[in-house]
Design a protein around this ligand. Structure first.
Ligand SMILES: [Zn+2]
Length: 124
């Protein structure tokens, strides 16, 4: 079974993001909701190359604009480098369906500035 490798989920609110995510770190995140068995259902995966805490907040705006997106909770993890964050985002993206419609992501993760190499999953 596919795993995000991110730990537990939290309510997607400004207060909760500020409480659990440290400022100024590179990292990965996912939005989703808990199904009736309490399992986190992934709806979107992303990363920040600069400040994960601020980046995660855009999901609240997306949720306000369209509650059907079900960005009700989030998970996150820190990364040591933008390359590491990119490669993890690619793995998350492909593991959870890529562009097949399971995720709200509509395009493949973009490479960070200066990254040489290709997606470790699809070599794009
Ligand atoms: Zn790929």
């Amino acid at each position: 079974m596919a795993s995000l490798s991110m730990g537990i989920s939290y309510d997607l609110t400004y207060d909760e993001i500020d409480r659990v995510v440290a400022s100024g770190h590179i990292g990965n995140y996912a939005y989703g909701y808990l199904n009736d068995k309490g399992i986190f259902i992934v709806r979107y995966v992303g990363r920040s190359d600069t400040d994960l805490r601020e980046r995660i907040k855009h999901g609240i705006e997306d949720m306000n604009a369209d509650p059907n997106c079900r960005f009700e909770r989030f998970k996150f993890s820190y990364a040591k480098s933008v390359g590491e964050a990119y490669e993890k985002e690619c793995k998350n993206y492909h593991d959870f369906g890529g562009d097949k419609g399971f995720l709200k992501n509509r395009v493949h993760p973009a490479k960070p500035d200066g990254y040489v190499g290709s997606c470790p999953i699809c070599n794009d």
